[in-house]
Design a protein around this ligand. Structure first.
Ligand code: B1M
Length: 233
């Protein structure tokens, strides 16, 4: 029997359990993550705190070790899968705590890019904040974004990119919107680890969002501004 088998998650204190979750995420143990998420919920933790203090914090460690060559793609995939297990439980709860509909957002990861954890987090947090979210998934072409904008008529277009090689594609999408005279119809928000404010400005986005919480705040601000402008005629 391994040492891992001896640990009874429900017997750990909150602090120990969060530490253990970080280890379990690192080791890609989906079932353990799901069990721990449920334990914390039973103990009265808010979905948001579980998400940020255990899951996102744990994934940050995975990210650093991937960067430093300590973890490799298969391990990171397992960690991502474990994180998704936890997020699956939290998603409806985050949405439940949401306010009345704030506006609508279409979001997707750009062409050539399959990273979706951050994008999913943004989508979840936006839903939690009362936005209706249409998630286009990963690897979206210009056509995919434009079709969705046409069909869904959202207030906001959100794009995510995690690779320096895929982030320039956001400009392709924005330039196409400009060419089709549709750019001003939408608030364009972008995000992803390799981006920054300067890049957001340079490609013509309305704003760069550092994380999911900033995305929610920025979306609220821009939608409010849009409503005020409409009210003023
Ligand atoms: Co990838 N990967 N990966 N990877 N991966 C990175 C991004 C990398 C930085 C790792 C590293 O080397 N340090 C590196 C990119 C280097 C670069 O471009 N400069 C990298 C690489 C190189 C690759 C591959 C090329 C590896 C390979 O095959 N050799 C390959 C590319 C595949 C492809 O996309 N075509 C690849 C593959 C993968 C996996 C499949 C193994 C897996 C993805 C699983 C999945 O997403 N389903 C993976 C992962 C997990 C990572 C790291 C470790 C973690 C990313 C993550 O989920 N972070 C990542 C290292 C890192 O970022 N530190 C890495 C947690 C997430 C919560 O944060 O995504 O930043 P993040 O999202 C944040 C904010 O950025 C923001 O809010 C989110 C929540 O707070 N945000 C938005 C994100 N999108 C937004 C959109 C918005 C607003 C805010 O719209 C409004």
């Amino acid at each position: 029997m391994s040492e891992e088998d001896d640990i009874i998650l429900a017997d750990l204190s909150d602090e120990e359990l969060v530490e253990q979750m970080m280890d379990d995420l690192y080791d890609g143990l989906k079932e353990e993550i799901e069990e721990s998420v449920n334990i914390l919920l039973e103990r009265g933790w808010t979905p948001y705190d579980i998400l940020t203090k255990a899951l996102v914090a744990g994934m940050t460690i995975v990210g650093h070790d991937f960067r430093d060559g300590i973890l490799f793609v298969p391990e990171v995939l397992l960690a991502a899968n474990a994180m998704k297990g936890g997020m699956f439980i939290l998603k409806p709860l985050l949405v439940e705590t949401g306010a009345p509909r704030m506006g609508k957002m279409v979001i997707g990861t750009v062409k050539g890019d399959i990273h979706d954890i951050g994008k999913n987090l943004v989508a979840m947090m936006m839903e939690g904040a009362g936005f209706e979210v249409v998630d286009l998934g990963i690897n979206n072409s210009v056509e995919s974004y434009l079709d969705a904008l046409e069909k869904e008529q959202p207030d906001i277009l959100g794009m995510s990119a995690l690779l320096t090689t895929t982030m320039p594609y956001m400009k392709v999408v924005i330039d196409t919107l400009i060419a089709q005279k549709k750019r001003d119809d939408y608030i364009v928000l972008v995000g992803g680890a390799p981006l920054n404010e300067e890049f957001g400005r340079a490609i013509g986005a309305d704003a760069y969002c550092r994380d999911a919480a900033v995305a929610v705040e920025t979306a609220k601000e821009f939608v409010q501004r849009k409503h005020n402008q409409m009210a003023a005629g």
